[in-house]
Design a protein around this ligand. Sequence first.
Ligand SMILES: C=C(O[C@@H]1C=C(C(=O)O)C=C[C@H]1O)C(=O)O
Length: 111
Amino acid sequence: MKVRQSAPLPLAMLRALVDALDDGLITLLAARRMLVGAIAVVKAEAHIATCDPARECYVHNRALRLARRLGVPATTARAVIEAAIADARGQQNPPLAAGPERPASQTCCDR
Ligand SMILES: C=C(O[C@@H]1C=C(C(=O)O)C=C[C@H]1O)C(=O)O
């Protein structure tokens, strides 16, 4: 017996779902930035350096393991995490207040 495949969802509906996921990505980034703000306060009070290479490596490696499990290309996962970390470093070291800063594309993990 021949099994009929279900009809593909219309393009507009699929794109609306992508839009919703993109909204989720930006919402998660905003939540991450809120946590980074709280971390920045704790680190400033404890006189801890803004940049923590060991932590950045941990964040990268964790994300890469999850990406591998979910079938996300490592280069894509690495780019997303690098962007999030660069954003977090920029958030904690505004260029005018902190003087020369590393390029946004370079993490202090230097992977
Ligand atoms: C947010 C922090 O500050 C920096 C940014 C990190 C990140 O975006 O994950 C990790 C380590 C730090 O270099 C932190 O110390 O946890």
